[in-house]
Design a protein around this ligand. Structure first.
Ligand SMILES: [Fe+2]
Length: 276
């Protein structure tokens, strides 16, 4: 079994700046430390996009400061609040595909892990929060899925923007817009896929055209369960989290850990329920 750690929607800001009173730097630092201390056996940490709030070099430098001493390899993803050129300039070792998109792949056992880049454009449009997957990226994905099919692998597909609707009137408008083409591409490939997404800032799971999906909370601010409210900026101080993903021969398991309220010193209790 392979374990991956997923931290998403870090929204790093300049020193002293907060989001609804939350310091993104401190939250990310605390979340990553908790994840690494409790899961030293993880193979990889995946930062699933919106690494920064506005994509400035200063913000990326602060992300770099936090991950500098991470003992586990770190993969970066590009979200709608990132600026791809600034991201790759700040982290020049970040793998990109042949067209410069922040896409990568790993094989762990019988699972192919795909890191995809769903940022709108090019050209880059600041604050185009909608996600997009273009011809070149679909070509890359189609090739990866064909390789997975040939090797009889499951696919864990990391995408900042969910392509599926998740029930929020506002956020569904800025999901990855090429949803129909994604469904067709997956159907043609005939490979089991589990999507692992960010963007919504809330823990959500479900199925979509036969594929599983999990959306993780932000390490910073969260989306309240106000499904019909179209406001994209609704944010709450509900506990932040990271994801713990387990890959085995049978598929993908996704856990969410609220790192500020997690209890790891629980003892048996006299009034506990009998064994279920
Ligand atoms: Fe975000």
């Amino acid at each position: 079994m392979t374990k991956l750690l997923a931290l998403t929607d870090i929204h790093m800001k300049a020193e002293g700046q907060t989001i609804i009173g939350i310091d993104p730097f401190e939250n990310f630092k605390r979340g990553l430390r908790h994840a690494v201390e409790h899961h030293p056996d993880a193979e990889r940490v995946i930062l699933m996009g919106d690494l920064t709030n506005s994509g400035t070099p200063e913000e990326y430098a602060r992300v770099a400061e936090v991950i500098a001493d991470c003992p586990i390899p770190v993969s970066l993803m590009c979200g709608n609040h990132d600026q791809r050129d600034n991201l790759t300039a700040a982290f020049p070792d970040t793998p990109t595909d042949a067209n410069g998109f922040v896409q990568d792949m790993f094989v762990y056992g019988s699972t192919r892990v795909l890191i995809t880049d769903t940022q709108f454009g090019p050209p880059f449009v600041s604050y185009a929060h909608l996600g997009q997957y273009c011809d070149k990226r679909f070509d890359w994905l189609t090739d990866q899925l064909a390789q997975a099919k040939a090797a009889n692998q499951n696919v864990a597909l990391f995408a900042h923007h969910p392509p599926m609707k998740v029930g929020f009137a506002g956020m569904d408008q800025i999901r990855m817009r090429d949803d129909k083409r994604m469904v067709e591409t997956l159907a043609t490939a005939g490979v089991p896929v589990h999507f692992l997404c960010g963007h919504v800032h809330r823990t959500i799971s479900g199925s979509w055209h036969g594929h599983g999906f999990t959306v993780f909370k932000s390490t910073c601010h969260q989306m309240p369960l106000a499904l019909t409210n179209p406001d994209l900026s609704l944010s709450t101080e509900e506990p932040a989290a990271y994801g713990v993903i387990l890959l085995n021969d049978e598929g993908v398991i996704a856990h969410s850990e609220d790192f500020d309220i997690a209890q790891d010193d629980v003892q048996p209790s006299a009034d506990a329920m009998p064994d279920a």
